[in-house]
Design a protein around this ligand. Structure first.
Ligand code: ATP
Length: 424
């Protein structure tokens, strides 16, 4: 430090000494203080500005990130629009090397790799899969194609109904055994004789006369899968899908053969086509019928898939269905006569405990005009009456009441139909 500097310091120090004359005057000191305050406040202002700017910076940074994310999303969406659709195929064989042979729906076969995202052990021959359009790598295993269709169908493995469970239909049983059971069990017999077994069998008759029951019994006897589809559901529940469902139905039956396709209420699909103006619904029914006819025509009669159809309205069936080579065997299911009613009653009361005084002959006599389904209902109702009276045996009185209540129920149902018709 210079001498003069030392002097200055000592001056300042000295200046604090009140005994010495101050070097800075009080005005100067006050000015300095004011300047200091101004600087402090300016400093505070600038810091505040800096804080604000930092906040603004952070906000715009996060906005920038958001825009970046949006750009990425839009770009990937754009990429998706640019990628061609995946190719659909069916797995034909699986190799331990991690490769599979896939037949694409367009025809050619490929030896393809499987994407790492798929569990290779879960792949099965016959699986439907999606292939990358350029590399043909299997990128996805699709759900079974029958899944959606099956909802319209009731599939039963060999139903537990025997011919012995069917009463008064001996002639019908004989006809069905000949035309459905025999070709399934002994196709060689037809080959030897050189005739084609009937393609489809049509059962017709009033409701509740045992048509479904007999079709199920044939499936049981032949150990075949029973696939039941209701015609009205085909055309109402699955609008626009009827034809596809018919195709799927036959494909599934072939896959799960031996099988019996039972088309209930076939009149809903196969009613006469009118020459008058078509509505959209008529078109739908027509398309479904055309598909059904074409499936019937392309069918191998000696194969192990059989078709049984049922209707209550033979009078409105389209003649195209009844042409030779289609439903050419027609079996009538009439309302049971008195003897037949007795047989049916015996079947349904087989496991019931009846008083000796009960005469099923009398019940059969009093149930003129009733169908098998109503006779079953009478048996159940008689059993319920016994339970209501705290008995384990069923009496004639129980049967009497049951007949009356089923007859009443019939009356009520008929009245309901009549009422409904009033609004048509
Ligand atoms: P729908 O035309 O309404 O479909 P359907 O003729 O197919 O009627 P089924 O479903 O076979 O009638 O019969 C209904 C029930 O009635 C059967 O489950 C069975 O219990 C009883 N039934 C009908 N006919 C007979 C019969 N001949 N012998 C024994 N039970 C019968």
């Amino acid at each position: 430090m210079t001498e003069s500097g030392q002097d200055k310091n000592s001056d300042v120090i000295l200046s604090q000494d009140t005994s010495v004359d101050p070097i800075i005057s009080s005005e100067e000191l006050s000015l300095l203080r004011k300047t200091n305050i101004a600087l402090e406040s300016r400093n505070y202002e600038l810091r505040e500005n800096l804080r604000q700017l930092r906040l603004q910076y952070q906000a715009s940074e996060s906005e920038r990130e958001q825009y970046k994310r949006e750009i990425r999303k839009v770009k990937s969406e754009l990429e998706q629009y640019k990628t061609p659709p995946l190719v659909i195929g069916t797995i034909e064989s699986i190799y331990s090397s991690g490769k599979v042979v896939v037949r694409s729906t367009t025809g050619p076969q490929f030896l393809s790799k499987v994407s790492e995202h798929i569990n290779f052990d879960e792949i099965e021959v016959g699986n439907l899969c999606a292939l990358h359009p350029q590399s043909f790598v299997v990128v996805e295993i699709l759900p079974d194609k029958h899944d959606a269709a099956v909802t319209a169908m009731e599939v039963e493995e060999a139903p537990q109904i025997n011919y012995a469970d069917i009463g008064g239909l001996d002639h019908q049983i004989k006809l069905l055994r000949e035309s459905v059971e025999l070709p399934l069990k002994k196709p060689e017999l037809f080959e030897k004789v050189g005739i084609e077994p009937p393609k489809g069998v049509l059962l017709f008759g009033p409701p509740g006369t045992g048509k479904t029951l007999l079709a199920k019994a044939v499936a049981h006897e032949t150990n075949a899968r029973f696939i039941r589809v209701v015609g009205s559901e085909l055309v109402q529940k699955y609008i626009g899908e009827g034809a596809r469902l018919v195709r799927e139905l036959f494909a599934m039956a072939r896959e799960k053969a031996p099988s019996i396709i039972f088309i209930d209420e076939i009149d809903a699909v196969g009613s006469m086509r009118s020459a008058e103006a078509y509505s959209a619904g008529d078109h739908e029914v027509n398309r479904t019928l055309m598909q059904l006819l074409s499936e019937l025509d392309g069918f191998n009669t000696r194969g192990n898939v059989k078709i049984i159809a049922a209707t209550n309205r033979m009078d409105i069936l389209d003649k195209a269905l009844l042409r030779p080579g289609r439903f050419d065997r027609i079996v009538e299911f009439p309302l049971p006569g008195e003897n037949e009613r007795l047989t049916i009653l015996k079947i349904h009361t087989k496991k019931m405990h009846l008083y000796k005084s009960v005469s099923l002959e009398t019940v059969a006599h009093e149930t003129d005009g009733m169908n098998g389904s109503e006779l079953m209902a009478i048996s159940v109702e008689a059993g319920m009456n016994a339970i209501r009276h705290n008995r384990s045996k069923v009496s004639s009185e129980d049967f009497k009441e049951a007949v009356a209540s089923v007859k009443n129920g019939r009356g009520a149902a008929a009245a309901e139909i009549k009422d409904d018709n009033m609004f048509v």
